[in-house]
Design a protein around this ligand. Structure first.
Ligand code: GLU
Length: 495
């Protein structure tokens, strides 16, 4: 077979200005299968739908794919032997092949005006019939056609579909799927502006670019028989088709296609890492046999098997994405994480006193365990940067303690901390000083550590008090504890 040692796959997005998470999954499956089978991956830009085209969209697309880590062997941005890889630059190719079909009587000119088609559709709707072209121009003779063309009449080119019978197509995941010819219309291959439709351009390009496996979303299954009939009309070998499963949200609805929603760009801005997005989308409709969920791109390639892709719909679970992102954040070297977090800390670092990188690194290291996405870092660490904490004094109270008790305990903490020399101000020495005292006196840790932590952070939840105190430094820690006691009232401490 021609393709057996010539594995070629393509990702063929329309440049809409952003990459939908479903398209990322398609790109990823193409990439993984190409790598797994030792083949090549092509990036083809399908920009024939001029209405949807957005300025700069192709560059944006290439940048985001590069950021995510999907590399191509051929494409509009890097060239290759099968170019051009942008459909708007292949008009002459489509013309040549549509002429071929016209010549072989597999396609025909249609001169029906849009008004006529509109009326036809309305009549069909009124009769509760499916809207379908009524084949008026299917049997025009050569003379009629030439006359109309000469007179400047506008035309489209339609495919001549079988009038009856069954069309069988084969999907690698679903097996054979049957369609009835009567349900398929003579669809348009070339529009009146000479631009090909997706159905035509993609088949011609997949053939000429020697694509061996077409991996695309399952929204294309309905038009799959049209593609197969086109391959047959040309007498071309049909590549293997894999339609990836639909992605549903947790409520069972379709994943939103609203601009900016569920796009890779949006997730990037929120501070999701490429590793997490790759891992997450790999699991949208596929699972390795061992059910392992944390997978690097290389592991995905290693474990991937086309047969393990499920045909039934996949569920998009944002919590799983957060879980994976948190995992990759925890695994990240601190230097790199600090660098990635810096855009999200601009407000803090410019508004507060100039902070050293060492300080920022320490702050980030304390949140590394808890962070789910990089953009949270600003909110999570704000208390490290502000001059004066704002919080309700009641937050300092642990369980049923009285204000007086809280204030006294904070006073005790203050005295203990004050005694620690500045040069040995570490979380260990702070912990030791406080815990030794509490244990010796058999005091309840919560009654001391809770107020201490709130005094240092002003928060209900934060990293532990010893860690926070170390990063804040002795001076700042004492200042905050002092302030917390003032907040409670002006009763002098009873030490
Ligand atoms: N241009 C199509 C899209 O963006 C590609 C479908 C395919 O992969 O064939 O949906």
């Amino acid at each position: 077979m021609k393709y057996s040692n010539n594995i070629r796959l393509r990702f063929a997005p329309s440049p809409t200005g952003f990459l939908h998470i479903g398209s990322l999954r398609t790109a990823l499956f193409n990439y993984v299968i190409a790598k797994k089978l030792g083949g090549k991956l092509i990036l083809r830009i399908e920009d024939t739908d001029q209405k949807r085209e957005v300025e700069g969209a192709t560059e944006k697309l290439i940048n985001i794919l590069d950021w995510i880590g999907i590399k191509f062997d051929e494409g509009s941005h890097i060239g290759g032997d099968f170019g051009p890889y942008t459909q708007s630059q292949r008009q002459d190719v489509y013309k040549k092949y549509s002429d071929k079909l016209l010549k072989n009587n597999k396609a025909y000119y249609c001169f029906c005006t849009s008004e006529r088609l509109q009326k036809m559709r309305e009549d069909q709707q009124a009769k509760k019939l499916a809207p379908r072209y009524d084949k008026k121009c299917r049997n025009l003779n050569e003379k009629e056609i030439n006359q109309k063309i000469k007179s400047g009449a506008k035309f489209v080119i339609r495919q001549k579909m079988p009038l009856d019978g069954e069309i069988k197509v084969f999907d690698e995941l679903r097996g054979e799927i049957k369609f009835q010819a009567k349900d398929l219309e003579d669809h348009v291959l070339i529009k009146s502006n000479n631009i090909p439709t997706y159905q035509f351009a993609s088949v011609v390009d997949d053939h000429l670019m020697e694509v061996s496996h077409v991996v695309r979303g399952d929204e294309w299954i309905a038009s799959f028989p049209k593609n197969v009939l086109l391959y047959q009309a040309f007498g071309w070998e049909i590549p293997k088709f894999i339609h990836t499963p639909l992605i549903l949200n947790k409520e069972g609805g379709k994943l939103s296609k609203r601009q900016g929603d569920v796009t890779v760009e949006n997730y990037k801005d929120q501070g999701y890492l490429p590793e997490a997005l790759i891992n997450f989308s790999a699991l949208l409709g596929w699972h390795p046999k061992d059910e392992k969920e944390i997978l690097s791109l290389n592991e995905t390639i290693e474990k991937f098997n086309i047969k393990d892709i499920r045909a039934s719909s996949a569920v998009f679970d944002p919590e799983k994405l957060d879980y994976l992102n948190g995992y990759y954040i925890r695994k990240m070297p601190l230097n790199k994480l600090t660098e990635l977090c810096s855009p999200y800390l601009i407000k803090q670092t410019t508004e507060s006193r100039q902070q050293t990188t060492e300080f920022i690194k320490k702050v980030i290291s304390l949140e590394q365990e808890r962070m789910k996405k990089l953009s949270e870092i600003g909110e999570l660490t704000e208390f490290f940067f502000v001059d004066k904490l704002q919080y309700e004094p009641e937050l300092l109270i642990w369980k049923k303690m009285s204000l007086e008790e809280v204030k006294n305990n904070l006073g005790k903490i203050y005295t203990l901390l004050e005694k620690i020399p500045k040069q040995s101000w570490t979380n260990n020495s702070i912990q030791e000083a406080i815990m030794t005292y509490l244990q010796a006196k058999e005091l309840k840790t919560g009654e001391y550590l809770w107020p201490m932590r709130v005094a240092l952070t002003g928060r209900k939840a934060s990293p532990g008090p010893f860690d926070v105190a170390e990063v804040l430094g002795k001076e700042k820690s004492l200042e905050r504890i002092d302030l917390s006691r003032n907040k409670l009232c002006n009763v002098p401490p009873q030490l």
